[in-house]
Write a protein that binds this ligand. Structure first.
Ligand code: CDP
Length: 211
């Protein structure tokens, strides 16, 4: 029997770290769906970002594209959120994500629309958030290792711009599903957040197996 965990939330909220820890703890497969959008966005930087080109790139995406260099850069993040507003791009990526969610070992997917669009019937839904200031501090710590020209102010501005674009788009906007557990990690250590999420998932898992 498959078991699906949907984790949504804004940039640098902790959802990726929590997802990886959950996958390891429960033996679930993990899909970072942001990587799909980043891979398409990355290609648009050299091939053009018209809706037609971006849609074709999404339709032709391969596993290799997910291993491209620099997918985690600030530039690629902005490119990803720009192409993520194009309905045909999103449609091209739906089937892969839905199939991934159904694997028998269980699956955790993280992104922006997992609990609302990709897996509306997920066993557990979480919306992980934190203040923009805290998220910008975390993201600056990650990005400044590779790019010493980046500034904290620039990272905060980038995060705010991406939040607004992701939450404001017409199709599959970033929003908590009504039945999602809200986890605000602003004042939490990551280990505390992981422990809280493990408890939520375990309770649901035990419930599924007792009926
Ligand atoms: O790691 P971070 O949270 O900064 O970003 P990400 O999860 O890698 O996602 C990059 C961008 O892809 C987001 O800003 C969204 O615009 C888009 N995205 C989306 O639209 N839907 C998803 N399920 C995942 C990502």
């Amino acid at each position: 029997m498959s078991f699906t965990v949907a984790i949504d939330g804004p940039a640098a909220s902790g959802k990726g770290t929590i997802s990886r820890a959950i996958a390891e703890h429960f033996g679930f497969a993990h899909l970072d769906t942001g990587l799909l959008y980043r891979a398409v966005g990355n290609k648009t930087l050299t091939q053009g970002d018209s809706p037609e080109i971006a849609t074709k790139l999404a339709q032709e995406l391969t596993a290799d594209d997910l291993n491209a260099d620099d997918l985690r850069s600030a530039e690629v993040a902005q490119a990803a959120s720009k192409i993520a507003v194009i309905p045909q791009v999103r449609t091209a990526l739906v089937a892969f994500q839905k199939t991934f969610a159904k694997q028998p070992s269980g699956a955790v997917l993280d992104g922006r629309d997992i609990g609302t669009v990709i897996c509306p019937d997920a066993d557990v839904k979480l919306f992980v958030t934190a203040s923009a200031q805290v998220r910008a501090r975390r993201r600056y710590a990650e990005l400044s290792i590779k790019d010493n020209s980046i500034t904290p102010e620039q990272v905060l501005a980038d995060i705010k711009l991406r939040d607004a674009r992701d939450a404001g788009r017409d199709i599959a906007p970033m929003i908590a599903a009504p039945d999602a557990h809200l986890i605000d990690t602003s004042n939490m250590k990551i280990a505390e957040a992981i422990a809280a999420v493990i408890a939520i998932i375990k309770a649901r898992h035990d419930q599924n197996h007792s009926v």
